[in-house]
Write a protein that binds this ligand. Structure first.
Ligand code: TPP
Ligand code: MG
Length: 343
């Protein structure tokens, strides 16, 4: 099966009545709406349909409610940049041009997945798209991000490594070693913390004593900014500052994006340890609904245009699932392919 054809937001007519700057913002908002909504739809299919149908045997971890973070950050990435997404940053893949059908094939263990059917969840990477594979051990990507940034520098490229992790990961030893290396070497890394207030069932105050993850930045001589992680345009603006800093040779920069995990830790976790009032409170700050309200208030789009975006995404996802379901399981005879002795 062919795996070409990148995922791209559809072009829409601008309804802005304002100047060029505003039409630029309208266009950015439309891109953000597309990628955030695509991420939510793809993850909903995975978590609420395919997993429950028994078509996914691996673990399922989604970023519902956190979509503004991968979208607002990754839209700044250039082709030479290296991305190290966490398990809640699906939109990074789409922004790098990976079509949803390959993600579905991966989750369903088919040959067209990134691991060619060797794995049934998000342990995936694609170096042709500049995406380093997710490493299950928390914070293990942080020293890898420092290494990737060092490699970019040795190669004379002006690339930046975008390294994503959760709040819990920042209490692991690897995180501190990796950040220290990045700062002392002034490496071009943008560290993106998606602080969703929980690490599995552990609330933030039970896993670290400082008030903010950003408080950890100055201890390493690294600027760190707190961002409203449910406001995609705020994330985008802050990332602009972070990328400018890192790309201009001044070293790493951290964004602490405050958000909330609107699910259990994974599809098998009902999150009954999370007070229901927290879900209710954070539901009011849903990043997609918030962006839509902003777009309507600014007259960048009307409700009809928003409905069309969602309808087109549902169709795109229907087709992607159908494609992935037709992709075969790997031939058992290829079981040892990719094992060192074989290559
Ligand atoms: C070193 C290590 N310890 C424990 C785990 C099991 N584990 C996987 S995700 C997770 C919670 C992660 O919390 P956080 O870093 O806040 O990310 P989130 O899942 O909230 O996005 C845990 C404990 C692991 N993968 N690696
Ligand atoms: Mg967390």
């Amino acid at each position: 099966m062919s795996t070409a054809s990148a995922t791209r937001p559809p072009k829409r007519k601008q309804r802005s009545r304002n100047n060029g700057h505003d039409s630029g913002r309208a266009e950015l908002a439309q891109k953000c709406l597309y990628y955030m909504s695509l991420m939510r739809e793809v993850e909903d299919r995975i978590e609420r349909k395919l997993y429950r149908q028994g078509k996914i045997v691996g673990g399922v971890y989604v970023g519902r409610g956190q979509e503004a973070i991968p979208v607002g950050t990754a839209l700044h990435a250039l082709p030479e940049d290296v991305m190290l997404p966490s398990h809640r940053d699906m939109a990074v893949w789409f922004i790098r041009g990976i079509p949803p059908r390959r993600i579905f094939a991966q989750y369903m263990g088919r040959v067209d997945g990134f691991t060619r059917g060797r794995d049934g969840n998000m342990h995936m990477g694609d170096m042709s798209a500049g995406i380093v594979s997710i490493i299950s051990a928390l914070a293990a990507t942080v020293p890898v991000a420092a290494g990737a940034a060092m490699a970019l520098r040795y190669q004379g490229k002006n690339g930046v490594a975008f390294n994503y992790f959760g709040d819990g990961a920042t209490s692991r030893g690897d995180w501190h070693e990796g950040v220290n290396l990045a700062t002392v070497q002034k490496l071009p890394v943008v560290f993106v913390c998606n602080n969703n207030q929980y690490a599995y069932s552990t609330p933030l105050e039970a896993q670290m004593a400082c008030a903010h993850v950003a408080d950890r930045g100055p201890a390493y001589g690294m600027p760190a900014e707190i961002v409203d992680g449910n406001d995609v345009l705020a994330v985008y603006e802050a990332t602009g500052r972070a990328v400018e800093h890192a790309r201009s040779g001044r070293g790493p920069y951290m964004l602490e994006c405050k958000t909330f995990r609107m699910t259990g830790h994974s599809a098998h976790d009902g999150a009954d340890y999370v007070p229901p009032s927290l879900f209710e409170e954070w539901a009011k700050r849903d990043p997609i609904a918030r962006l839509e309200q902003k777009m309507l208030a600014e007259h960048w789009v009307d409700r009809d245009a928003i409905d069309q975006v969602h309808a087109a995404i549902r169709q795109e996802v229907d087709e992607a699932v159908a494609w992935a379901e037709k992709s075969p399981y790997p031939d058992p005879a290829t079981l040892l392919d990719g094992v060192y002795e074989n290559e």
